[in-house]
Design a protein around this ligand. Structure first.
Ligand code: 2HA
Ligand code: ZN
Length: 270
């Protein structure tokens, strides 16, 4: 067996959680990540027949049966992942019936996966139906996006258009826009289902007064998606109280669509 602490999927999780903490997106135990990894890769580092514990997920995820995920632990601090990956992270395999998770490595203090696992697994299912390359679901609490949900209309088209108008790159990075959920109780199957439904039409889902979910093919891409939306929200908060003199027009955005070969979400541009 190779050294798991040198596995690219663990190294990347450590780097990403540390980076997110350093961005101020994951105070205390805020935020969680799940990363899908192929069995062939996992097998080089852990004995996949040695189940440490079986933990019920609390819902059915039949489409994910047999899949492996690296998942941040519940109650764990992103700040600390770099010092003790084996306590703060875990590798789970979803059982054949889709109802349980077998722990193969990690959560060494007896812990378990994030309380937001329903939102993660349901979002993986939703994204995988659209894009078989999707591997990551990421949740965090970036201050500017969060602040924006207190002062901006939560209508998805209006919210998306404002973000697109704040930085030229936005429409290129997230042409599918952002979807928005009203405040809901977190950690429940209900918010999980609602998030997954929103993931059908966008890789970014804002949880009003809480944070954001992102999905993507790797940790870098997903981080970059959230980073770009958060930057736009920061610009919005810098200008929202000032008289607006200039903006990025819909005509400008059509030029960006053409130049970068992207298609803005249907009906979002004039
Ligand atoms: O894991 O961010 O939404 C802590 C949270 C819950
Ligand atoms: Zn949260």
């Amino acid at each position: 067996m190779k050294d798991i602490l040198k596995a690219p999927f663990i190294v990347e999780m450590v780097r990403t959680t540390t980076n997110m903490y350093n961005h101020g997106w994951d105070e205390r135990n805020g935020g969680n990540i799940s990363l899908r990894v192929d069995e062939s890769e996992i097998k080089e580092y852990v004995d996949i027949d040695k189940v440490i514990r079986t933990i019920p997920t609390g819902f059915d995820a039949p489409e994910l049966a047999g899949m492996y995920f690296v998942v941040t632990g519940t109650g764990k601090y992103f700040k600390n992942v770099q010092y003790d990956p084996e306590i703060n992270l875990g590798i789970i395999k979803i059982t054949a019936d889709g109802k349980n998770a077998q722990l193969l490595w990690g959560y060494e203090d007896g812990g378990q996966f994030t309380s937001e696992l329903p939102a993660h697994l349901m979002s993986h299912m939703a994204r995988l139906r659209i894009d078989s390359e999707n591997r990551v679901v990421m949740h965090c609490h970036p201050a500017n996006l969060l602040a924006m949900t207190y002062v901006h209309d939560l209508n998805e088209k209006a919210f998306t258009r404002t973000l697109w108008q704040m930085c030229t790159e936005c429409i290129v990075v997230f042409p599918d826009g952002v979807n928005v959920l009203p405040w809901m109780l977190c950690g429940t199957n209900e918010i999980g289902k609602a998030t997954a439904k929103k993931m059908e039409t966008s890789r970014l889902v804002v949880w009003a007064q809480h944070g954001i979910y992102g999905a993507g093919k790797d940790l870098d891409e997903t981080f970059g998606l959230i980073e770009t939306a958060e930057k736009a929200a920061e610009i919005y908060l810098k200008i929202a109280h000032l008289p607006l003199v200039n903006t990025i027009t819909d005509d400008n955005m059509h030029q960006l669509e053409e130049r970068f070969n992207v298609k803005a979400r249907d009906g979002y541009l004039d």
